[in-house]
Ligand binder design. Sequence first.
Ligand code: SF4
Length: 362
Amino acid sequence: MRKSVRKLLSWFHETKRDLPWRRTDDIYHIWVSEVMLQQTRVETVVAYYQRFLQRFPTVGELAAAPLQAVLKIWEGLGYYARARNLHRAAQMVMTEHDGHIPKEPDVFRRLPGVGDYICAAVMSIAVGYPLPVVDGNVLRVYARWTGLGDDIGAGGTRAAVGRALAAVIPADRPGDFNEAMMELGALVCTPRQPRCEVCPLAVDCYACIHDRVDELPVRRRKPAVPVYDVAVAVIVRAGRLYIQQRRPEGHLGGLWEFPGGKVRDGEEPMAAVVRECREEIGAEVSVLEQLAEVRHMYSHFGIRLRVYVCRLSASPPVPSQPHCWIRMAELVNYPFPAANHKFFGALKQWWADHPALVQADP
Ligand code: SF4
């Protein structure tokens, strides 16, 4: 196995992709990249990483920025708790660590959002600690390489793989080893049709030698994720539209949204949006028309989102959370969930096509 590790490192040295976070040894930049790379593809992360560091080039500048500005730069990358935690962690670095990102794993691990993956990735790549990273790519490579027959979705398996890799991670190049395992999983030992003929681990890979590549890794089938019907209202009045901010914690916390919610069993979506506006923000609305229907999948559920343009028919909103009435041109200044962006094009078109309705002041 150790011989294969050396081959893996040589392969990585010769073929690794030229990625912006591989051109730096700045721990803050590497930290930002690893936070973004969790749950997100490399191709997507590159542009976000560059924009983020242009806007917040140091941990101090990130700490000093309002959360809203951080979420705006993060907008579209998803998993917004990552951005909120990174922002809070940056503030803790400034207030509790004199502006220096801790370089001891057990201290770094205590910052918000720093779990096993981030800690191992940042400490191995930026500082040189021999801590193995265990993500989905690494689990797949390891299971095929060693013939591991356990369910890789089980927490116990992940911990066991971490312990096994801790015994083989080279002390002189731990960061390269971790990056090489992840790179191999992304480019060569892919879920379908792995390219064993160019793989540096092929010589002692269990799955390749025993022709079991299609059977490994073992993963228990997950139950299908539920899809919820949701209805939201774009309330229009006097050339402006109503938006509100989600509570800071929880799913999509801190982002902006339109009022609405889940459609109840047996309820018409149009009736649901009127009820939701009454219950959620105390506003009586009437529906002008359905604007769009979009679908969006999150990690554990999906939504079928129906969007209605509405006007106030009686009482104005009295919401308990931050809110405002904005012009259409101001929409770009607020971070919204990705599902909302799917109907913004239709909304802008409707706005342009209905000047009289937009300007009405009921
Ligand atoms: S030899 Fe094939 S199955 Fe084994 S690690 Fe390499 S790509 Fe994966």
